[in-house]
Design a protein around this ligand. Structure first.
Ligand SMILES: [Zn+2]
Length: 199
């Protein structure tokens, strides 16, 4: 599509890079931005830059945080003998929303996907092993998604964690095959945590 407006075309190209945004939606969003007041667009632009500047990864679990250590790792009332391994902070939040789980987390920042060039070294696995060397962790819950990548990650985690002799479990019950944790409802996730099976 030629709009004879390089700046508008540039905006559409940038929007197209966002996940789940196709050509039609990108066009609609760009025209919506055109109609929106300067102040509102400025606020949107500034809030995008602000998260990039302020949001860090927790130095312990790699959850998103605005401090060096996230609020979960700081919370001394949580059970530090159990770590739930998730793909990203949205999955962590989905489990937190159930209010049932009181252990700690480890965010891998992705899942194994050789076709996209994501191997074990791109995930926070070395950091997890380092956390385990302290000896206080007794159980690992693998709560990666039920997609092909999430399952491959769970299999890989089993391979490297099993020899450590920890209790190793995988959430199971009720979560849809191919499903993303972040889209599941709270009751389903709570049941999946309860019904976890030993790997
Ligand atoms: Zn943390």
């Amino acid at each position: 599509m030629t709009l004879k407006s390089p700046s508008l075309e540039k905006l559409i190209r940038a929007l197209l890079k966002l996940p789940g945004i196709g050509q039609k939606t990108a066009n609609r969003l760009a025209f919506h931005i055109l109609k929106t007041s300067y102040e509102e667009v400025k606020e949107l632009g500034e809030s995008i830059l602000e998260v990039k500047k302020k949001i860090l990864r927790c130095s312990v679990c790699f959850n998103i945080t605005e401090d060096s250590i996230c609020h979960i790792c700081k919370d001394t009332s949580r059970d530090n003998s159990i770590i739930c391994v998730v793909e990203d902070s949205l999955d962590l939040q989905a489990i937190e929303n159930t209010r049932e789980y009181k252990g700690l987390y480890h965010v891998l920042e992705g899942s194994l996907s050789p076709l996209d060039g994501v191997g074990p070294e791109q995930l926070r696995i070395t950091e997890l092993l380092r956390r385990l060397s302290g000896g206080s962790v007794k159980e690992i819950i693998v709560a990666t998604n039920f997609s092909a990548e999430g399952e491959a990650t769970a299999m890989y985690m089993t391979k490297i964690l099993k020899p450590l002799g920890l209790k190793l479990t995988r959430i199971a019950y009720g979560l849809p095959v191919g499903g993303d944790l972040e889209y599941a409802d709270e009751v389903t996730i709570a049941k999946a945590m309860d019904g976890r099976r030993t790997l």
